[in-house]
Design a protein around this ligand. Structure first.
Ligand code: FE2
Length: 275
């Protein structure tokens, strides 16, 4: 699927931008479907999230138990605005599954080095006009740790992502630096282990503007971020994170799945569930 030049770009930069990877109609179908899920979301399902008392604990719980569910999450600035659906649509929702499990994507996953890819996490991310929040600089390995590192992000622009509406930014070659933190479960909540307190260098950071239908592939160690959306246009994206079945998946990673819903690859084969 990838040319020799694209594979060289991947090795050098830690990311790939593949315009026109997904037909516009497939992007529209996924957005419309996500809109239906969001319209059906009742914020009353998580009443405590919206009260200040115990907000952190209850929103943690809503998040921590979502690894094998389809749940809506809301903007920090405005709790009426859904900004994310996560984290197992690729296994539980036929429309998301169809978008996620394609022979083309399986081929790209193979070409960037995943030998036995398992689809671990899906997120529909909506940066609404004016209120869509920023995502601070991070690596995906920090959140979806495997030993050795294998997590790879597949980020799909469902609408044009531009400088104005909060496109991705990345640090080319940054994937050659070790991870500087690890997010994991501790007690009933979560914690960050700081492995290296130095901030990432931001010099040389580049915007990854992406027209609708573009696939951006992100190495798990690549530092990346996105700005808030202060524009009049929404920025919808879909991300899928894969790990390799040959790596160890720690029991204290935030994302845990019920044994009843084992991880699967791009076909129908059943992979090993995380321990
Ligand atoms: Fe990320």
């Amino acid at each position: 699927m990838l040319t020799a030049e694209q594979r060289a770009d991947w090795a050098r930069d830690g990311f790939l931008v593949l315009p026109g990877f997904v037909p516009a109609e497939a992007c529209d179908e996924l957005r419309a479907h996500a809109g239906t899920l969001i319209a059906g979301f009742d914020p009353g399902e998580v009443p405590s999230v919206f009260s200040t008392h115990e907000q952190t604990r209850t929103s943690d719980e809503w998040f921590l138990s979502s690894g094998d569910k389809v749940r809506c999450f809301v903007e920090e600035e405005d709790h009426r605005v859904v900004n994310k659906i996560g984290h197992a649509m690729h296994d539980l929702d036929p429309v998301f599954e169809r978008f996620s499990r394609t022979p083309e994507l399986a081929a790209v996953a193979h070409d960037v080095g995943l030998r036995q890819p398992l689809l671990l996490q899906s997120m529909y991310i909506l940066k609404a006009p004016h209120v869509g929040g920023e995502v601070t600089l991070h690596t995906d390995h920090t959140f979806l740790w495997t030993d050795p590192q294998t997590v790879t992000g597949f980020w799909f622009a469902l609408e044009d992502a531009t400088l104005e509406n909060g496109c991705l930014w990345a640090l080319p070659g940054g994937h050659r630096m070790p991870a500087r933190s690890r997010f994991r479960r501790e007690g009933g909540g979560t914690t960050f282990d700081v492995l290296d307190p130095a901030p990432y260098p931001t010099e040389g950071e580049v915007p990854l503007e992406a027209a609708k239908g573009t696939l951006v592939v992100l190495h798990g160690l690549l530092p990346h971020r996105s700005d808030a959306n202060r524009s009049d246009r929404s920025r919808a994206a879909y991300t899928l994170h894969c790990i390799d079945a040959t790596a160890t998946y720690p029991a204290d990673n935030w994302l845990q799945r019920s044994p009843a819903l084992p991880l699967r690859g791009f076909g129908s084969e059943v992979g090993a569930a995380p321990a």
